[in-house]
Design a protein around this ligand. Structure first.
Ligand code: T4K
Length: 382
């Protein structure tokens, strides 16, 4: 039995887009106000809505998640070295680069692919100022173990929660852990403002600092207090956010059903492990990621990734290559392969499958059938 390829390409994700009539209404209000950036009314409204949605007291909006993280790190006054994960999107470690901070790479846990707390302590030196964890694919880090280490050595804790919008850990919103947490609102994220991001934080005094940092350090018409940059979210982005936020609960529901179809079909396939299996508020429904074990699956992740293209299915290898493999870090002692063995193994095995509310259940079923068919055919050929 052969399976036909998809007529149209199936991409790893598609942006959540508001109804054009609703968005147009937002635009009309902006046009009327003649205020299109620099902390307008849409910005203020989105700020309040997000504080409520994420259950946090302090939040600052930015033009994208990367600048949010860079300025968040700056606002905490971090310096020297920061312990972080190699298994992440380049933005996490590049934020450290832009702050003149040396990343110290720490291996990840085999299950969650997040920073492994049991490997952090030996990496702490006199220069360490913080631990920067990433809630990879929305799976929360072991935030309690990380906080215990940070308390013991008087370090700050920063989280990159680009994938973890709306996630809870042990019933507590993820943004309430650590000193500062960044969320990305890029087009590919569950909640998007086209481009955009935010930091949430414990210390209310950071609000003013972040407001200055994202607006050239300007504190008045004739006063520039510090060296900042332009990282403001504009009114059109904020309007997009206001409309998309209304759609998030329904999108989460749709994705949770898609997740179930994937799980029912893939959980017993030899050599396939589902990484993003948490339920309800513990899952951000940002990605659906599997791990391919060549020994039992019969082919490598790379071979499956290529084969799926023949059926018009475009999966992604998030996160390959590891950040510790970037050329400009090769002088660092922490990039040694033997110190990052779990991260190296996982980066060769992970595959993000198409995952967005617009996928029909039939499409998801077909993707699973194709994966099983590819595996079966491989064994027959082999
Ligand atoms: N930290 C972490 C852990 C992150 O994952 C990210 C971003 C950041 C920090 C930085 O946050 P931001 O500064 O971006 O706010 C995409 C996103 O561009 C990136 O935001 C995201 N992580 C990363 C995981 O995914 P690419 O290079 O894979 O994007 P691209 O253009 O290949 O798009 C992915 C898929 O989405 C494609 O199949 C096409 C589809 N797509 C994309 C766009 C932009 C659409 O259908 N429509 C669109 O408008 O990085």
């Amino acid at each position: 039995m052969a399976i036909n390829k998809f007529k149209e390409p199936i991409l790893v994700t598609r942006p959540l887009l508001p109804n054009l009539v609703d968005f147009n209404q937002q635009l009309q209000e902006i046009w009327k106000s003649q205020w299109i950036t620099n902390n307008g009314n849409k910005n203020k409204e989105l700020l309040e809505n997000l504080k409520q949605y994420l259950s946090v007291n302090h939040l600052s909006l930015f033009s994208n998640g990367t600048l949010a993280l860079i300025l968040g790190i700056k606002s905490l006054g971090l310096s020297g070295e920061v312990i972080t994960t190699p298994f992440t999107f380049p933005a996490t470690v590049q934020a450290l680069d832009w702050c003149g901070i040396t990343p110290v790479f720490c291996d990840v846990e085999p299950d969650t692919l997040n920073l492994d707390p049991s490997k952090i302590e030996p990496l702490i030196t006199e220069r360490t100022s913080a631990i920067l964890g990433v809630h990879v694919f929305g799976n929360p880090c072991d935030v309690e173990a990380i906080q215990n280490i940070a308390d013991k050595y008087h370090l700050k804790v920063v989280y990159d929660a680009a994938h973890a919008f709306g996630v809870e850990y042990k019933g507590k919103p993820i943004g309430q852990y650590g000193d500062l947490t960044m969320f990305s609102f890029h087009a590919t994220k569950l909640f998007n403002t086209v481009e955009g991001g935010a930091v949430v934080f414990k210390d209310r005094l950071l609000t003013r600092k972040l407001d200055l940092l994202k607006n050239f350090g300007i504190s008045g018409p004739e006063k520039v207090e510090l060296s900042g940059i332009n990282a403001k979210l504009n009114e059109l982005q904020a309007a997009m956010g206001l409309e998309v936020l209304k759609l998030v609960p329904e999108e989460r529901d749709k994705r949770s059903h898609i997740k179930r179809v994937y799980e029912e079909n893939l959980q017993y396939v030899p050599g396939v492990r589902i990484i993003t299996k948490l339920e309800r508020q513990e899952n951000s429904y940002q990605h659906f990621v599997i791990e391919i074990d060549e020994q039992y699956f019969g082919m490598t992740r790379d071979q499956l990734h290529e084969k799926l293209k023949e059926y018009n299915i475009f999966t992604r290898k998030y996160f390959y290559p590891l950040c510790s493999d970037f050329s400009w870090y090769q002088h660092l002692p922490s990039v040694k392969k033997e110190l990052l063995s779990v991260a190296h193994e996982k980066a060769e095995r992970v595959l993000s499958l198409p995952f967005y509310g617009g996928l029909s259940h039939e499409d998801v079923q077909k993707i699973c059938d194709i994966i099983k068919f590819i595996q079966l055919r491989q064994y027959k050929v082999g």
